[in-house]
Every structure is written in structure tokens, then in C-alpha cells.
Write a protein that binds this ligand. Structure first.
Ligand code: ZN
Ligand code: ZN
Length: 331
């Protein structure tokens, strides 16, 4: 039995009157003494329902809160419920419903990371080491990451848009000391990867399920950080020395110089001088193969420019899609 029906009826009346005006994106699903349910929608992906129930001695006891959502990660729902419970305890003796709903709405507005909290935890846990740095800018939904590997570093920004994951992560270089070609390539490939998460493929078979945008944050962060970790220590397969110069300030910019770093078609790095020498040295039969991965490399297109790499990337993706289609057909 609820002991304070007058108080409750008055509060429910007030909720019906003020909820939609006071709480942007809200909608009353149920509003009676047995249960109150308020739906709050900020975007297609940031939507949840706050379900509340009066306890016997309400409002001298906190209202019971449950948060339901199919799009917000479970861990975040639990966390948010806990904070709401704490809030309710500070409102004893007063109407609690609109306060709680307002609090949840504000939380969604202030936390662009609410739809990717699990991806953010993964990045912090698995990708960032003690040498690195990660800063979360809650209000703007920006993650600033600095990755340090040997003497090389890159500081970049990942922006989570309001309509994430329907809109892709935006990647931006802040500063770095990688050779020009490399940081541009890393960003171009990462950008392309993010784009493919939200844009349907060009060729599509009628029986394919409808395209659904996929979360891109974890994917792009993993790929970019992997590049930043692996390339600085990469060994030239010919001389077995590091391809990058140990001191980033001494990076060779002249692409005819022997120590200029060449990114070969297979993905391995050579010194320009070492690669020239390698091509001049027998055996020549069967073409030249990369000593590291045995993939055939060609003299006329050993060198990767951002354009070549993007084309290659697109080609690989198209090839992968064709294979997927063949697999579909066989099933
Ligand atoms: Zn070399
Ligand atoms: Zn190779």
C-alpha cells in the first residue's frame, strides 16, 4: 500500500504537465501509481527508458529506478542506474520523478561516449601503454591519444559524432614526427576504414541483409595504433637494420637518397639503396620476392604513394567482397 496517495497523484499530474517541455526528447510511456515510464531519445542510438516505481513510504523513500535500452551498453546502464539511485536518495521528501528523468537526459547530452563506452574501455585497457597518453574530452566527445614507440610519436584526435555509430569516427592528426608519407598513409587508411563502417558497399545483391552501420571506434583505433607501434622498429630485409632512422630529426626526405625509406608493395619497408641493390642482384628468374614475406615485388611499382596504397586498399576490399559473395553462393 502506498501511504501518500495525495502526494503521488499530485506528482503524477505534474509529470504529465511538464515532462515533455522540461525534458527535451522525452515521451511518457506510462504514468500511474503502479509505474512511471519515461522514454528519452537523443539520437537513434542514444535512447532509453527510465522505469520508476514508488516504494511504500514514498517520497520518504527513494523511488526505485530501472533503466532499459537496447542501444546503450549494459555496463553503462548499470552505472547510470547507480548514480540515479544516489540522486534519488538526495531527494527524500520531495517529488523525484522529473528530477531523475532530467538527470538521465542531461547525462545523455553530456556524454557522447555513452554509445561507445565499451569500445573506449577496450582502447584504454588493450591499446594504451604507460608510455602513451589518453585524454577524454567528455563534453565534445573527443579522445586525444598520444602513442609513443621508440623515438617516434603521434598525437591524434578521435571525434565521436553525436549520431555515432551511424556517423563515422573522425580522425585528425595533431602532431607527429613520422616521415610524411607514413603519417598520411596511416590516416588515409584509417579514414577509409571508418568510412566503410557507415557506407554500404557499391555492389549489393538483393538477398543481402540491409546494410547496418557498424561501430568504427575500436576498429580504427586498433588499426592506427598498430601501425604506429609496428613501423618505427621495422627492419629492412636487405641490411637487417632498422628502416627508420633512430633519430626522427634525421629522417631522409630526398627520395633518391640511399637511406630513404621505401614502402614496398607487400607492406615491408626497405632502404632505397638496399632495394636498388636487391633488384640488381641475381637470381632474377621467377621475379624478385620480398625476403621477409616472399611476396613478389615489381620494380615499376615497388614504391607506395598514398594514391597507390588507397587503390590497393580499395582493390583488396573489392576482392574480399567478391570472395564473400562466392562463399554466399556456395552456402
Ligand atoms: Zn637496408
Ligand atoms: Zn614483404
Amino acid at each position: 500500500m502506498l501511504s501518500n496517495m495525495d502526494f503521488i497523484n499530485k506528482e503524477l499530474e505534474d509529470v504529465r504537465k511538464r515532462c515533455i517541455d522540461d525534458i527535451p526528447g522525452s515521451e511518457i510511456v506510462a504514468c500511474h501509481p503502479a509505474a512511471v515510464r519515461i522514454r528519452i531519445v537523443r539520437t537513434k542510438y542514444k535512447r532509453l527508458e527510465v522505469c520508476m516505481q514508488f516504494q511504500n513510504k514514498y517520497p520518504d523513500e527513494p523511488i526505485i529506478i530501472e533503466i532499459k535500452s537496447k542501444t546503450v551498453p549494459d555496463k553503462l546502464k548499470e552505472g547510470l542506474t547507480k548514480i540515479c539511485d544516489e540522486q534519488a536518495k538526495t531527494l527524500l521528501g520531495k517529488p523525484q520523478i522529473l528530477h531523475i528523468a532530467k538527470f538521465v537526459q542531461q547525462f545523455l547530452a553530456d556524454n557522447p561516449f555513452s554509445v561507445c563506452s565499451e569500445e573506449v574501455s577496450f582502447i584504454k585497457r588493450e591499446l594504451i601503454t604507460e608510455k602513451d597518453e589518453i585524454k577524454m574530452k567528455q563534453k565534445s566527445g573527443v579522445i586525444v591519444i598520444t602513442i609513443r614507440e621508440t623515438e617516434y610519436f603521434m598525437k591524434f584526435r578521435l571525434k565521436v559524432p553525436d549520431l555515432y555509430p551511424e556517423q563515422q569516427i573522425v580522425i585528425e592528426n595533431v602532431e607527429n614526427n613520422f616521415p610524411d608519407l607514413f603519417h598520411k598513409m596511416f590516416l588515409a587508411q584509417t579514414e577509409e576504414m571508418a568510412r566503410r563502417c557507415v557506407q554500404p558497399p557499391l555492389r549489393k545483391k538483393p538477398k543481402d541483409p540491409p546494410f547496418e552501420p557498424a561501430p568504427s571506434l575500436k576498429k580504427v583505433a586498433s588499426y592506427l595504433i598498430d601501425c604506429l607501434r609496428n613501423y618505427p622498429g621495422s627492419i629492412c630485409p636487405v641490411c637487417r637494420e632498422r628502416a627508420f632512422t633512430p633519430n626522427p630529426e634525421h629522417t631522409v626526405k630526398d627520395d633518391t637518397h640511399g637511406r630513404y625509406v621505401v614502402w614496398v608493395y607487400c607492406g615491408h619497408l626497405f632502404h632505397k639503396g638496399c632495394l636498388d641493390e636487391f633488384f640488381k642482384t641475381p637470381p632474377f628468374t621467377g621475379g624478385k620476392k620480398c625476403p621477409s614475406c616472399q611476396k613478389r615485388i615489381y620494380h615499376d611499382k615497388w614504391n607506395i604513394t598514398p594514391k597507390v596504397a588507397e587503390d590497393r586498399w580499395a582493390h583488396q576490399e573489392a576482392r574480399r567482397r567478391e570472395l564473400d559473395e562466392v562463399v554466399d553462393f556456395l552456402q
